[in-house]
Design a protein around this ligand. Sequence first.
Ligand SMILES: C[S@@+](CC[C@H](N)C(=O)[O-])C[C@H]1O[C@@H](n2cnc3c(N)ncnc32)[C@H](O)[C@@H]1O
Ligand SMILES: [Zn+2]
Length: 280
Amino acid sequence: MLSKKQMSAQWLQKNAQLFRCPHCEQAFHIQEEKTLVCKNGHSFDLAKQGYVNLLTHPVQSMYDQKLFEARKQVLDAMLYADVYDVILQQLTNLPEVMTVLDTGCGEGTHLYKLKEQCEHEMIATGIDLSKEGIVAAAKNYTDILWVVGDLAKSPYASKKFDVILNILSPANYEEFKRLLQPNGKVIKVVPQSGYLKELRKQFYATSEKEDYSNSQTVERFKESFPHVDIFRVTTTKKISTELVPLLAHMTPMGWHQEKKIEDLQLDEITIDVDILVGSL
Ligand SMILES: C[S@@+](CC[C@H](N)C(=O)[O-])C[C@H]1O[C@@H](n2cnc3c(N)ncnc32)[C@H](O)[C@@H]1O
Ligand SMILES: [Zn+2]
């Protein structure tokens, strides 16, 4: 049986053209089934878990392993199923075999589930600044190349991606435009006003922090892409009590100030997002 590292090396043999060296922008080749090397000699070893760290400098991540574990369990409960349906619908007129990059992929569950459910074949890679997120992704999901890297200095070649996903994560539109195939789509998911509203109500019973608007983010997206469609998904789902503290853990730390996580009482939760679909 192949090790995870060997599986990733084989994946990279086939798909090395999707990448470029983050130091000098030259193409990569694979050496000895374990190292990505450019012609200027910059080299990056595959980790034993099968991911590759393509950061050019150490970065302090804001997220820890616990947060990614909580995120995985929440996402496994398929709270985002309706969001996936809308995204998958957007992929139907793209090539039968499509290249997909998830930017700020975290612990990888969104990309994995989309790949699993997509009728087309996906050649998929996910990038995140957080090594903890990428280690979790590589541990749980194979046949996707997981990369520790910075979107601001991304290790991907130009015009290679049919789909760029950006789910509840910071974006870099200049980079997205460089990476996108001319007929490709950027799909960004941003919270809408009702996102996790039951949780916010409990944390901020009396505060105006309860309100949330995504209008600035949506405006910036519209300025960056000539063609934009927006789909809103609003759905309230029953949740089991075990999920409540996990949900709270995956929210920004600032939310926890006014109430202890153990005191939370919820039996349903609202997912309310806009899905922005941009093309060139
Ligand atoms: C709120 S999390 C969302 C993760 C995942 N998309 C999800 O919905 O579960 C935001 C992610 O963006 C990543 N991130 C932030 N800045 C980044 C950058 N410059 N390059 C790559 N990833 C970044 C963080 O490490 C974090 O994992
Ligand atoms: Zn190089």
